[in-house]
Ligand binder design. Structure first.
Ligand code: MD6
Ligand code: FE
Length: 217
């Protein structure tokens, strides 16, 4: 059969997609960092293990979390906050490795935000069935900086709405190595992650890892 005119070799998804003003998906952007990135993450989670945080409403989150950087995002019954100390280990969070700093800054620049210097990297682990309800990222003091979000492991459906919780979200499939950069007029858009479908990833197994880099103050 003759090749279809619109067929492309390899990955048919565009390498960069603007999904709103200030928001872009950079397909495969993290792949060149992978060989350094994954060992760095293994070191971090040995020092600051994943844990299931409790929301202010008293619910245990299905996504397990940890952090690296000078500040970490935490939730407990008293509220959400950024804390320089890991409440589980009573020690500072592991430092942000150079490879993560470089990945975050170069992705932000590619998305149009130059000079991005994150203080916090929130590391999320999803197992099949885990999800993240629609929310806004609004615990930071500096909304001028974007958020850079790196997806690793199993693919997920990212839900991306608007400024109101009632705005119907669009759905984007995020795969291993994809990066979302998020700022400007969409910085406070509601977003979430649909329940993770079961599967086995060649590098990370039966899980999805998401890194979100934030400039907090
Ligand atoms: C996740 N991400 O992809 C969760 N927030 O696992 C987020 O909550 C997020 O991807 C702000 C900007 C980009 C994101
Ligand atoms: Fe978020």
């Amino acid at each position: 059969m003759a090749a279809d005119l619109f067929e492309t070799v390899g990955d048919a998804r565009p390498s960069r997609e603007t999904i709103a003003e200030g928001a872009a998906l950079l397909r495969g952007f993290a792949r060149p960092f992978e060989a350094e990135l994954i060992p760095a993450l293994r070191t971090i989670v040995k020092q600051a293990p994943f844990r299931h945080l409790i929301t202010p409403g008293g619910h245990r989150m299905s996504v397990a979390m940890t952090n690296c950087g000078s500040l970490g995002w935490v939730s407990d019954p008293s509220g959400y906050r950024y804390d320089p100390i890991d409440p589980d280990t009573a020690k500072p969070w592991p430092p942000l490795p150079d490879v993560l700093r470089k990945l975050a800054a170069s992705a932000a620049a590619d998305g149009g935000f130059h000079g991005f210097a994150p203080e916090a990297c929130l590391i999320n682990r999803y197992v099949p069935g885990a999800k993240l309800s629609l929310h806004q990222d609004k615990d930071e003091l500096d909304y001028g900086a974007p958020i850079v979000s790196v997806s690793l492991g199993l693919p997920a459906i990212f839900l991306f709405g608007g400024l109101k919780r009632s705005d119907t979200p669009r759905r984007y499939r995020l795969e291993h190595g994809d990066v979302a950069v998020w700022g400007g007029s969409s910085r406070l858009f509601y977003h979430g992650v649909a329940p993770l479908a079961d599967g086995e990833h060649g590098v990370l197994g039966r899980q999805r890892i998401n890194l979100t880099f934030r400039k907090v103050r």
